[in-house]
Structures are given as structure tokens and as C-alpha cells.
Design a protein around this ligand. Sequence first.
Ligand SMILES: NC(=O)C1=CN([C@@H]2O[C@H](COP(=O)(O)OP(=O)(O)OC[C@H]3O[C@@H](n4cnc5c(N)ncnc54)[C@H](O)[C@@H]3O)[C@@H](O)[C@H]2O)C=CC1
Ligand SMILES: O=C(O)[C@@H]1CCC=N1
Length: 272
Amino acid sequence: MKNGKLGFIGIGNMASAIIGGILSSGTFPVGDIYMYNPHAEKMQRFTESGCVACTSAEEVTELCDTVFLCVKPQIFPEVLRVIAPTVAKKNADDVVIVSIAAGVTFKNLQDALGADRRYVRAMPNTPLLLGEGATALCRTSNVPEEDFARVRSAFSCCGVTQEIDEAQMNAVIAVSGSSPAYLYLLAKLTCDYAAQQGIDPKTALTLFCQTMKGSADMLLNSGKDPQALMDMVTSKGGTTFALLNVLKEQGFNEAMISSFEACTHRAEELSM
Ligand SMILES: NC(=O)C1=CN([C@@H]2O[C@H](COP(=O)(O)OP(=O)(O)OC[C@H]3O[C@@H](n4cnc5c(N)ncnc54)[C@H](O)[C@@H]3O)[C@@H](O)[C@H]2O)C=CC1
Ligand SMILES: O=C(O)[C@@H]1CCC=N1
């Protein structure tokens, strides 16, 4: 029997962002959110909000019909071993296992927990915390629409979601999961430069962040593609041309592409 409870195992950066987003949106009753982390202090702010702290991963798995595995990929073998007997005791249609881990495949999950179980993989990102996340999702073919919709709503209540094929899950990490890091790097480099030039750091951050937001809106809503939008900014013989020219000369495009490939490759290595 399904009871609608959501369980989270591993309450670190990402689970905190997901739970924080769910709580802010009010999409699920707070008392339906269960969690386990070996370090109880990581759960404290959510227990103060009314979420339920469990004493083990098995307990979360026993009590909840949607179980989010939010530990590091390296910890997955241990967590899967711990929850396997509890998953085995449930009817196959009474539990959906959701993994947010980079690289951990459906085959990894099926080998550990059973091929007849229902699985969803998600690649979210930390802006979920503010309701501005972006999550790529895929599911095994036995996950019915109703179960998938429930998982999806845990992410879509705090951002956008897109369903993709499992074969694309490692490549999408450079698009959703990891990409905030290089946007923050760009913000840091830009604002550090502005500060060196005597611009007040808060002023620079405000201008740059609005520029990121505005540029994202242009990409989504102007009907123009990235190249056309770059062309709109770039006056012949002007400042943007000078800026882009240095990036080109110094191999920026190649470095970005190599970094995406490294991200995907690392996810492949993290497969169990
Ligand atoms: N941080 C991010 O931006 C994103 C992370 N992910 C994925 O999310 C997962 C978690 O990443 P983070 O939240 O960044 O890591 P984290 O290290 O912040 O959180 C992991 C949590 O698991 C807990 N933990 C360790 N052993 C455990 C066990 N045996 N049972 C239960 N909990 C245990 C740790 O105490 C920690 O609080 C990873 O698999 C990562 O690939 C996916 C998308 C984005
Ligand atoms: O760096 C990582 O491995 C995780 C997955 C995507 C974002 N953070």
C-alpha cells in the first residue's frame, strides 16, 4: 500500500536543497518527509520544521514509498547493501527508488535491489534551494505515470524538470548538476576583476547577476539562438569583439568542451 511518504537517505548539500525547496513550496505535507543521516545535526533544521528524523536508512526505506538516495556515489554500495533486505520485503509496486548520484546507473541499482523494482534517476542542482533548480530525470520502463509524477513534483516544485533517456544522464551533469560551479567561477572571476578596478564588490555582483538572469531570459524568450544573441552584443571593432577574441586565442572554447567531457567521463568512472 502506498502512503505518499518521501524518504531521504544522506542529508548533505543536495538533499538539503531538495528538502528546503519542498518545504518552501509546501507541495508535500512536512510530516510526510522522512530522513536519515548518520550525523544527526545535519537533520536538525528539518526536524525543527516538522520533518521526521529516522535512526537508520532501513527505517526510512521501511516507512516511505518514495526513497531518495542522496549519498555520494562512493557510499552507494554500502547504502544499497543496508537497504536491500527492506526493499526486498516490499511489493515491487509499493516503492520507487530515486537516485540523484552522478554515474550510478539503473543496472547498478537493479543488481543491488532487484530488476523488478521501480527506479528514477535525477540530476538536480543546488539552486533548487531557492525554487530555481533544474533537474533532468529518467525512469525505468516499469515506472507508471502516477509514480513518476510524484517524484517529478518533488523536483518541479522547486524548479524546472526535463525527462531524458538514461543514456544521456552522464552528459547532462555538465548541463544541470555541475554547471552552477562554472557559472559561479565566471561570477568570481568577473567580480574579482571589477574589485581590482575599484568597483564596489556588491555593485559588481548586482550588475553581473542581473546580467546572467537577463541573458538567460533572452536565451529563453527572444527567439534568437546563442550565436545571434552574441552577435547583437558584439560591435564591429568594439569591446566585446576584443573580449571574445582573447577567449578564442587562449583556447576558451576547447577548454570548456574538454571540461564537459571530463565531467561526463568522471560520471562513467563513478558507476559501480
Ligand atoms: N552537490 C550537488 O550540487 C549535486 C550533487 N548530486 C549528487 O548528490 C549526491 C550527494 O551529494 P552532496 O549532497 O553534494 O554530498 P554531501 O556530502 O553534502 O551529502 C552526503 C550526505 O550523506 C551522508 N552520509 C554518509 N554516509 C552515509 C550513510 N551510510 N547513510 C546515510 N547518509 C550518509 C553524509 O553525512 C552527508 O551528509 C551525490 O551522489 C552527488 O553525485 C547531484 C546533483 C548536484
Ligand atoms: O560534483 C559532483 O560530483 C556532484 C554531481 C553534480 C554536482 N555535484
